[in-house]
Design a protein. Structure first.
Length: 300
């Protein structure tokens, strides 16, 4: 977390130092990576992997999420916990709700409007649409905090507004209007693409559950998740979420320990006859895209 904080501040120092220059587009790329890495830390804090007590987890999560990257940490944490409770369940998992992309043939049959428009060739639209993911998260965060019943509403909204005032204020103060807009497009587009690309290998293309499926906890978590093989670089790039099966079985296990749990879990699944899927990164994307293409087949 200390390294991430120094790197984050270093990105903004670099932004100010480079000033009015087209090199700022390269800074935008670096900053997109940094924002995503902070997102991984906020995710771990939400699962209470870092601190034993709730209060320091909440304080750090709000600083990193709301103030650091402009995402409503409380809203996202609640949404993410719903995902963990029922991964890939079309009725209960918000991550497979048919807002834009449809994830099952039943959802295709019921789709209208924008989801139906994209569903036909959604495998080709998937990664381009991810460039809008950061903007979607920002807007959804603000909308959630406009609800009078939202928890810590004033605090979270204050931190969120402070982030956007400082973020947009600094960008438009340092850069001319046109370059500032281009910087925002590159930074937020790549931020969303990076975030989406780290979550897509985990569940997309895995079985989508319905109310007819009656699975125990272990099978519900393992059969809907996919691990991604790789070394230390993959671990860092994917926020150690490449050990998705272990993360879903033990969500509050500190991320650095997931790789140690992996061979134990894999061996146990083999002993009890539960399918345990682990692929390379590119193959995980291939499986996800093939699934999306098959789902939309009825419209073609």
């Amino acid at each position: 977390m200390s390294i991430a904080a120094v790197a984050y501040l270093g990105c903004w120092a670099l932004f100010v130092w480079v000033g009015d220059s087209w090199w700022q587009l390269l800074v935008a790329v670096v900053m997109a990576v940094m924002f995503a890495q902070l997102g991984f830390l906020a995710h771990d804090l939400g699962h209470r992997q870092v601190f034993r007590r709730r209060q320091p987890s909440d304080v750090a999560g709000l600083i990193i999420g709301n103030f650091g990257v402009g995402l409503g940490w409380g809203w996202w944490n609640t949404k993410h916990n719903r995902h963990h409770a029922n991964p890939n369940h079309e009725d209960h998992d918000p991550d497979v709700s048919p807002a834009v992309i449809v994830w099952s043939e039943d959802q295709v049959a019921k789709s209208t409007g924008i989801p139906r428009f994209f569903a036909k060739y959604q495998a080709y639209w998937f990664f381009p649409l991810l460039t809008l993911e950061a903007w979607h998260l920002h807007i959804a965060s603000v909308k959630a905090l406009l609800d009078p019943t939202a928890k810590r509403r004033r605090l979270e909204l204050t931190l969120l507004v402070t982030h956007f005032v400082l973020y947009f204020g600094l960008v438009f103060a340092v850069l001319p209007f046109g370059l500032a807009l281009l910087f925002l497009v590159v930074h937020q587009g790549l931020f969303g693409l990076y975030l989406g690309s780290t979550f897509a290998p985990n569940h997309k293309g895995m079985p989508v559950l319905t109310k007819e499926d009656k699975l125990d906890f272990l099978r519900k978590q393992v059969l809907t998740s996919r691990n991604v093989r790789g070394g230390w670089f993959t671990d860092v790039a994917l926020g150690q979420l490449n050990y998705q099966i272990e993360h879903h079985l033990f969500p509050n296990m500190p991320a650095p320990n997931l790789r140690r749990a992996q061979p134990i879990v894999q061996k146990y699944c083999a002993e009890i006859g539960v399918d345990y899927l682990q692929t390379g990164l590119l193959e995980s994307y291939g499986q996800a895209l093939r699934h999306l293409h098959e789902v939309g087949a009825a419209l073609r």
